[in-house]
Ligand binder design. Structure first.
Ligand code: PGA
Length: 240
């Protein structure tokens, strides 16, 4: 794993942008795996700013998101599809028909998982962006998720529900289940870019980089990826 330590969140976002821009420079029709959460917001601002200033086009780009809450529609302002439009897609010229995410309202969850796995299999991602949970989760793959799991529905842990409650008016509104790509889908991407910011991520980052590879810390599987870049700010990298 290549490790880049940034002095602060601004530098982390800039370095993440440089990694993303290199992929887009090489292939204007790149397939991007994208992520939600607080950490990638600065990167998405940089991508939007670059589009505004340089006119870089995303018309040929396709995007796949990691996960989506079960039960939320695309226009619900807490859905991850909404998050992606607000933070990135509405600020660049990407074709929304080429932006994929699990359908939170799919009537049959298993069928939705199969549909998403099939799409991922036929559209290899050039890069997959990730955040990391304080408990070492990647996407909604909580500790204990078998590494060979593909897209599935998870019951969110109490810890994740509490962490995500900050985005909702009340914790009771946080959905209890979500669709998520599995570790296997994540590992299928050609390149992985994982971002970590803040002292509450320091233990998880340490375990991911220096610990044993174990399903108890889902992000540790990334040690086995041939082309993975971690960008962490000083606080998140404190134990490395
Ligand atoms: P965060 O979430 O970017 O909001 O910290 C990361 C994660 O839990 O995967």
């Amino acid at each position: 794993m290549k490790i880049i330590i940034a002095k602060d969140y601004e530098e982390l976002s800039q370095k993440a942008f440089e990694v993303m821009a290199a992929v887009l420079d090489q292939n204007p029709n790149a397939v991007l795996g994208l992520a939600t959460g607080s950490t990638p917001v600065g990167l998405y601002e940089k991508m939007a700013e670059d589009h505004r200033k340089t006119g870089r086009s995303y018309k040929g780009v396709s995007a796949f998101n990691l996960d989506e809450y079960v039960g939320l529609s695309a226009d619900n302002d807490q859905s991850y599809r909404y998050f992606m439009r607000k933070n990135l897609f509405d600020k660049i010229d990407i074709d929304l028909n080429k932006t994929e995410i699990e359908n939170g309202l799919a009537p049959v969850a298993e069928e939705e998982c199969l549909r998403y796995n099939a799409l991922l299999a036929k559209t290899p991602r050039d890069i997959q962006l990730l955040g990391i949970g304080a408990n070492g989760h990647i996407a909604f793959n909580e500790p204990g998720t078998p590494f060979d799991t593909e897209t599935h529905v998870v019951d969110l842990t109490q810890n994740t529900i509490e962490m995500n409650a900050r985005f909702f008016k009340d914790i009771s509104e946080v959905p209890r289940r979500a669709f998520t790509m599995g570790p296997k889908n994540i590992m299928d991407a050609r390149r992985i870019l994982i971002l970590a910011s803040g002292a509450n991520k320091a233990d998880a980052v340490y375990g991911m980089v220096k610990g044993t590879v174990t399903e108890d810390l889902p992000a540790s599987i990334l040690q086995r990826h041939p082309d993975c870049v971690l960008i962490a700010d000083k606080e998140a990298a404190a134990r490395l």
